[in-house]
Design a protein around this ligand. Structure first.
Ligand SMILES: Nc1ncnc2c1ncn2[C@@H]1O[C@H](COP(=O)(O)OP(=O)(O)OP(=O)(O)O)[C@@H](O)[C@H]1O
Ligand SMILES: [Mg+2]
Length: 282
């Protein structure tokens, strides 16, 4: 496995493989790798000849009051996980190189980012879309793999790639969960034992919403009310947003038809978690 730090070395690695007709799958991450990342790596392994994982805690996507400084970092462990998973190259760029002092360009997706995560975390998606554009330009992967856990992010990246005619195919993979349903997230390690228990309320609320829909409920108002009530009943949880949305436009719907996504974010103590569920009806 190659460990690559400079942009030049990364583009050279990628160009060399492309000359030999080798396809590349990229898994962009912020490190502190877990089984969700592992599932993305395995999907890349199956679909592409070579796999690159990027590990970069992108300062641009954290707000000034967010947890950039205390974001979990575990590079030696991450490298071992990648090695075990048969990753070909780990790209660990330095912020000083990606964002030179004169850096002043931003890539932004408009309407899709002005809601949900974008409202709660101003500036967040601008950081995400800018760094993803840079990573795709540096690595030039045939495919890049993203998790459904960050549903809005994946939709935003799909929009970005289509709008800017980038040549990478974006692949969304299902959310990997703990046995009790909690979506894996690097931030779960911030939870105290009591908070860890309380955190299952996110998935419980999503399941309750899906059950109501399966039982025939089509009114989003009623579905949201039932889900909200469940989250309010958990004293350690504070709901940030809850929405029932169209899977590609992310517009809120009033009645459930076809396929919808139940999206939510909640604070569990000082830790903010997100989750979602896609539900289809006939
Ligand atoms: N539980 C999961 N299942 C599948 N994919 C996941 C899961 N968690 C994260 N991913 C995906 O891994 C990629 C990298 O995400 P990232 O490194 O931010 O990890 P994370 O667990 O989301 O961390 P955090 O929640 O702290 O942001 C993203 O595409 C994200 O959607
Ligand atoms: Mg994340």
């Amino acid at each position: 496995m190659r460990r690559i730090q400079s942009v030049k070395a990364m583009t050279t690695w990628s160009a060399g493989l492309h000359r030999e007709g080798v396809t590349i799958g990229l898994v962009p991450t912020m490190g502190a790798l877990h089984d969700g990342h592992r599932a993305l790596i395995r999907a890349a392994r199956l679909a592409c000849d070579a796999v690159a994982v990027s590990i970069f805690v992108n300062p641009l996507q954290f707000g000034p009051l967010e947890d950039f400084d205390r974001y979990p970092r575990s590079l030696p462990r991450d490298l071992r996980l990648c090695e075990r998973e048969g990753v070909d190259a780990v790209f660990v760029p330095r912020a000083q190189e990606l964002y030179q002092p004169a850096f002043e360009t931003a890539v932004s997706v408009q309407r899709l980012t002005r809601r949900y995560e974008g409202l709660s975390r101003p500036g967040h998606f601008g950081g995400v879309t800018t760094v993803v554009t840079k990573l795709l330009n540096i690595v030039r992967p045939e495919r890049a793999f993203f998790g459904q856990k960050d549903y809005q992010q994946t939709v935003v990246v799909e929009r970005l790639v289509a709008d800017l005619n980038l040549e990478t195919k974006i692949v969304m993979r299902p959310t990997v969960r703990e046995p009790d349903g909690l979506a894996l997230s690097s931030r779960n390690r911030f939870l105290s034992p009591a908070e860890r228990k309380a955190a299952t309320v996110l998935y419980q609320a999503l399941l309750a919403g899906r059950e109501l829909i399966r039982a025939g409920e089509r009114s989003v108002k009623k579905i949201e009310a039932a889900m909200t009530k469940l989250i309010w009943a958990e004293p350690l949880a504070r709901l940030d947003y809850l929405a029932v949305v169209h899977p590609t436009t992310l517009d809120e719907v009033r009645r459930v038809r076809g396929r919808v996504v139940l999206l939510l974010a909640a604070w569990i103590g000082e830790t903010r978690l997100i989750d979602n569920l896609v539900v289809s009806v006939r």
